[in-house]
Design a binder for this molecule. Structure first.
Ligand SMILES: C[S@@+](CC[C@H](N)C(=O)[O-])C[C@H]1O[C@@H](n2cnc3c(N)ncnc32)[C@H](O)[C@@H]1O
Length: 389
């Protein structure tokens, strides 16, 4: 006899809807922080549950209280996020943390298929199982993912006999994610736009500079600021305009500052060639260490400063240049502002910046190539303005 209490079943609650997101495995901690930051930009209370390996996030949306459709929220998140593969409307979830199932039968006997009756009738569908992370006992049979997909497909048809399987061109897609931490099953809502963003390579723009960062990371950095649509973002070392272009695609206004005449002309060409960016961005030919914005007016900064290799620091030591910039920017930041910066990991300046900004910070490492590991630092200014050093 199986002990069903062994496995915790989390059914979707009646007063809300749950969605799960499969995060990219390259840098799961960064992926979690990106999604959390975008959710906070929504400004509505949404409950997040994160799997222990940081690969799956479940978002519980209580739409009744929000007066907003959950599908609109998910579509907002999916249009912005870069480190998510896809999102699904959750049909059921099983948590294995305490009692991992020992066999396929052990696993399937705990499935809650009651919601399958409510699925759209007369439509074709497919079921796909994605296995992530290390295998557990039940993962061992090689054909497990196929057996699981087949089992779930059969259950859907049993509950809803007007539906049929079409693996080539299904009208609906169902996905189960299987890891050592649990199983999530749901209906695909959408894939993220990460492939589209990746295709916008910097070398395809009218002006290319070798120091340009890849657009996917630029967009991730914009998201990490938790900026809301309609707010302004500053890139004080804007180069060819990569961050400004990605911000514009998210409906965010931005200002770029650049000291090199040839490069700012190139940035101008890049922004002009992009209909959306042309309207939402401004360029300033100037020095990031001498800014003339209003005090407390900047709520988000994203920057990829020169490292002194592909892009010049104009003879300044990178550390001195950065410290001068952070002293300059501190009084200009608004309460709750975020500053996101990418620098080589060997530059030990994190604490000094945190002190100047009087901010807490998170650090994420990213391998670029043999001689460069980058760190992405996200500084969060406290809600209330504090003493400026
Ligand atoms: C790494 S690049 C930025 C690349 C940009 N993120 C992109 O993807 O196109 C850094 C830029 O900072 C500029 N720069 C160097 N010192 C500066 C300063 N004091 N003020 C403003 N810009 C500066 C350099 O000319 C260079 O174009």
């Amino acid at each position: 006899m199986e002990d069903k209490s062994k496995i915790t079943m989390q059914q979707q609650e009646n007063n809300g809807q749950s969605f799960f997101f499969l995060l990219s495995g390259e840098n799961p901690e960064l992926a979690v922080f990106e999604l959390e930051s975008i959710v906070s930009a929504l400004n509505i209370p949404v409950e997040l549950r994160i799997s222990p390996d940081n690969r799956v996030i479940v978002i519980q949306i209580e739409t009744k209280k929000q007066n907003i459709l959950s599908s609109d929220i998910i579509s907002f998140l999916m249009k912005r996020v870069t480190l998510v593969h896809f999102s699904c409307k959750q049909l059921f979830q099983i948590d294995f943390t305490q009692f991992p199932p020992q066999s396929l039968q052990d696993l399937t006997s705990n499935f809650d298929t009651s919601t399958f009756c409510d699925l759209m009738p007369n439509t074709s569908f497919s079921v796909f199982t994605k296995r992530i992370g290390e295998p557990i006992e039940v993962h061992k049979p090689r054909s497990l993912t196929q057996a699981l997909s087949r089992y779930l497909g059969t259950q859907i048809i049993q509950k809803n006999p007007t539906k049929w399987v079409d693996l080539e061109n299904p009208q609906e897609q169902f996905i189960s994610i299987l890891s050592k931490h649990g199983l999530w099953f749901g209906q695909l809502v959408s894939h993220s736009l990460r492939k589209n963003v990746q295709q916008r390579a910097a070398h395809k723009r009218p002006f290319f500079h070798p120091s340009s960062m890849n657009p996917l990371l630029q967009r991730t950095m914009v998201n990490l600021t938790a900026i809301k649509t309609g707010e302004w973002l500053l890139d004080p070392f804007c180069g060819a305009g990569g961050a400004l272009l990605e911000a514009a695609r998210l409906g965010i206004h931005s200002i770029g500052v650049e000291i090199n005449r040839k490069i700012i002309w190139g940035a101008y060409q890049n922004l002009k060639a992009d209909k959306i960016a042309n309207d939402l961005t401004h360029l300033i030919f100037g020095d990031a260490t001498q800014l003339s914005f209003k005090k407390g007016s900047i709520s988000a900064v994203v920057t990829d400063p020169p490292y002194g290799t592909a892009s010049s620091t104009r003879g300044f030591d990178l550390q001195d240049l950065l410290l001068a910039f952070f002293r300059e920017i501190r009084p200009l930041l608004s309460p709750k502002a975020r500053v996101v910066i990418a620098i080589p990991s060997k530059i030990e300046i994190d604490e000094q910046i945190a002190q100047i900004l009087n901010a807490s910070y998170r650090k994420f490492l990213q391998y670029v190539h043999r001689s460069l590991t980058r760190k992405i630092l996200v500084f969060s200014i406290p809600k209330r303005p504090s003493k400026i050093q």
